[in-house]
Design a protein around this ligand. Structure first.
Ligand code: TYM
Length: 334
């Protein structure tokens, strides 16, 4: 029905200054598509950033660049709220509350905590451990119906659901219980060097990761060097993880099905397939890179965008936080 409230989606991103092809195909491209049918709230998770050490000037630069990339990739401020997490203090406030409604055991089971504490063995701080509570706050503050993410974030969304249900059960319905929304294709783009590992910006071997900022030569080189198998047939099959990953990427970018791709490369080897994938990715990224460069030359515009978006987000977050505080029994200022 025309007048029915659109369902709300919420998603956020780390602000590393660039994005990977995995971020783009697994998340952001879908976030752009959702803008017509949903009320979308997206943000840069800069509070999350300090779970690992950050250089202040770099953090500022990377946050600005990440904001510009999201606009360049098609986030449309006429339709969507796009803000920076630290501009809305309700995130930190609700995160503290949710810390007290989340069990140590639940946080200990988070695979991302296990991975990150291995990567940063010299700085396993409490923030890294309780980070899923901040992420639950990110989601629950906006009463999100859906959380569109790649497969790696599913466990965190499930924790947010559990905490929401727990709080609703202890008091009365307060939070919308969010559903993860995981795309059929592109939900787990794998490293080009080790197709059993997800493509990630923190990978030591950057040959496995395509960055949105990579130039055409780098993209071509990385795809040409991609690990495949000793077979030479372009076919989607078990045991051919490297080729499956390249086929997934090619399918996401061109819209072709696996069967169509198999037919297109019948009788041709990996030597023809790999550059074709690279070309398709180069074509997909070219307009994004051009728009990003244009936006980075207009910092005043970017600053105006996030300044205008913060109060819109804060209004929604504040309403939820007030409800939460009242239910718990805090005295609210009149
Ligand atoms: P982040 O910044 O690691 O990733 C942003 C989005 O990209 C998806 N993604 C991938 N998808 C497919 N293949 C890959 N190789 C790949 N790598 C990343 C992620 O699933 C994600 O959707 N904790 C979150 C940020 C966050 C958040 C939130 C997300 C903070 N608060 C609230 C949703 C809701 C993170 O680190 O995403």
């Amino acid at each position: 029905m025309e007048n029915e409230r659109k369902k709300r989606v919420l998603s956020m991103y780390q602000c590393t200054g660039t994005f990977t092809l995995g971020n783009y195909l697994g998340a952001i491209r879908n976030h752009v598509r959702l803008q017509d049918d949903y009320e979308c709230v997206y943000a840069l998770a800069d509070l999350h950033a300090i779970t690992v050490r950050q250089d202040p000037a770099e953090l500022r630069k990377n946050t600005l660049a990440s904001y510009a990339y999201l606009l360049a990739m098609g986030i449309d401020l006429e339709k969507t709220i796009l803000f920076i997490q630290s501009h809305v203090p309700e995130h930190s406030q609700l995160a503290w509350v949710l810390n007290c409604y989340t069990q140590f055991g639940e946080l200990s089971r988070m695979t991302q905590f296990k991975d990150k504490s291995q990567q940063h063995a010299d700085n396993i701080n409490a923030g890294l451990f309780t980070y899923p509570c901040l992420m639950a706050a990110d989601i629950l503050l906006y009463q999100a119906d859906f959380v569109p993410v790649g497969a790696d974030q599913k466990q965190h969304v499930e924790l947010a659901r559990d905490v929401a249900e727990r709080f609703n059960g202890l008091y009365s319905p307060t939070f919308t219980v969010p559903e993860p929304m995981i795309p059929k294709h592109g939900a787990r783009v794998m490293s080009l060097q080790d197709p059993t590992k997800k493509m990630s910006k923190s990978d030591e071997n950057m040959n496995g990761t395509i960055l949105m900022s990579d130039d055409p030569d780098a993209i071509m080189r990385k795809f040409k060097r991609a690990k495949t198998d000793s077979d030479s047939v372009v076919r989607y099959a078990e045991g051919k993880e490297g080729i499956n990953n390249l086929m997934e990427i090619y399918s996401c970018v061109t819209g072709k099905t696996m069967e169509e791709i198999e037919r297109e490369f019948e009788g041709k080897g990996y030597g023809e397939f790999k550059p074709a994938v690279a070309e398709a990715v180069i074509d997909e990224l070219r307009p994004v890179q051009a728009e990003f460069a244009r936006l980075m030359n207009d910092k005043a515009y970017l600053e105006q965008c996030f300044a205008e978006n913060a109060p819109k987000a804060q209004y929604l977050a504040w309403k939820t936080l007030q409800k939460v505080m009242k239910k718990i029994g805090y005295i609210l200022l009149k």
